[in-house]
Design a protein around this ligand. Structure first.
Ligand SMILES: O=C(O)CCC(=O)C(=O)O
Length: 272
């Protein structure tokens, strides 16, 4: 990013669009996702939507993509952990949506040196439920949220801000396939349903600087994607040798069981 782009990220809590791959590379990733979905009977199961970079080589390639990491390095510095990843899929005419929230709310991380890169595998626009963000909201501090566990909400706990923001202030992070937006862990964001006949698909990658730690008693794991981890706050994750190889499946299962303890802490829900 340019100096001006970095300044804009710091001021606004997001920056977009940044081209990280060609439209044809994005379509190739989309085709691989859709082939994987077909193998699973039409939609990617919830458990496989999360941290699939530990299972699928082409997803691993996205989280370690040098151009994505160059942009992330501009905001987090030279040492970068990939802490999580998730597909955000809205099918054609899908009521699925994301309520206004801050990512920081339930992630349990000690410092806000955490940034999401959202890769567009399809266009993301006003009609199909683009992600919207409130400029400067990363400076609002931690706001109160409530859980809804609403079925059409793409967030694990259906969490939403108790006091919704002024939507007129929101900026739409419109993207073409192969572009990303970056957003800060404290930024207020959300998205509406897809009202078009085409799917809207994004892949969100959560990157953290290694000095960030998980609070509480549970130890989490992460994948070092650039530089060095001089802190060792996270157990070491590794990528798959081939798509869904048996070691990768065992590794992913263990990582996900552990993550669930963190994610659903205090809700009475569990991962299974
Ligand atoms: O994909 C969406 O609509 C929302 C994604 C989101 O909330 C996130 O990446 O943090």
């Amino acid at each position: 990013m340019t100096e001006a782009d970095i300044a804009a990220y710091k001021r606004n809590g997001y920056h977009f669009p940044i081209r990280v791959m060609s439209p044809s590379d994005a379509s190739e990733n989309l085709a691989k996702l859709e082939a994987f979905e077909r193998m699973h009977g039409g939609s990617i199961p919830g458990k496989l939507k999360i941290k699939s970079h530990l299972l699928l080589t082409w997803v691993y390639t996205m989280v370690s993509h040098p151009t994505v990491l160059d942009a992330v390095e501009d905001v987090l510095g030279p040492d970068i952990l990939c802490w999580n990843s998730s597909f955000f899929i809205k099918n054609a005419n899908d009521p699925a949506h994301v309520t206004w929230h801050q990512d920081s709310t339930y992630w349990g991380l000690s410092k806000p040196d955490v940034c999401s890169a959202w890769i567009a595998l399809t266009p993301a626009n006003e009609q199909n439920g683009v992600m919207k963000i409130i400029p400067g909201s990363h400076e609002f501090g931690q706001l109160d949220h409530e859980d809804t566990f609403a079925g059409d909400n793409l967030l694990a706990r259906g969490q939403r801000l108790v006091d919704p923001p002024n939507e007129e202030a929101a900026v739409s992070l419109n993207l073409d396939p192969g572009e990303i937006s970056l957003h800060h862990i404290m930024s207020v964001h959300g998205s509406k349903p897809n009202e078009t006949d085409q799917r809207r698909i994004g892949f969100a990658i959560r990157y953290a600087a290694p000095h960030v730690r998980l609070m509480g008693n549970i130890r989490d794991s992460a994948l070092l994607v650039r530089g060095k981890d001089r802190y060792g706050h996270f157990d070491v994750e590794y990528g798959p040798k081939t798509d869904m190889d048996s070691d990768a499946i065992i590794h992913h299962t263990k990582v996900m069981e552990n993550r669930a303890k963190v994610k659903y802490a205090g809700t009475g829900q569990d991962y299974s």
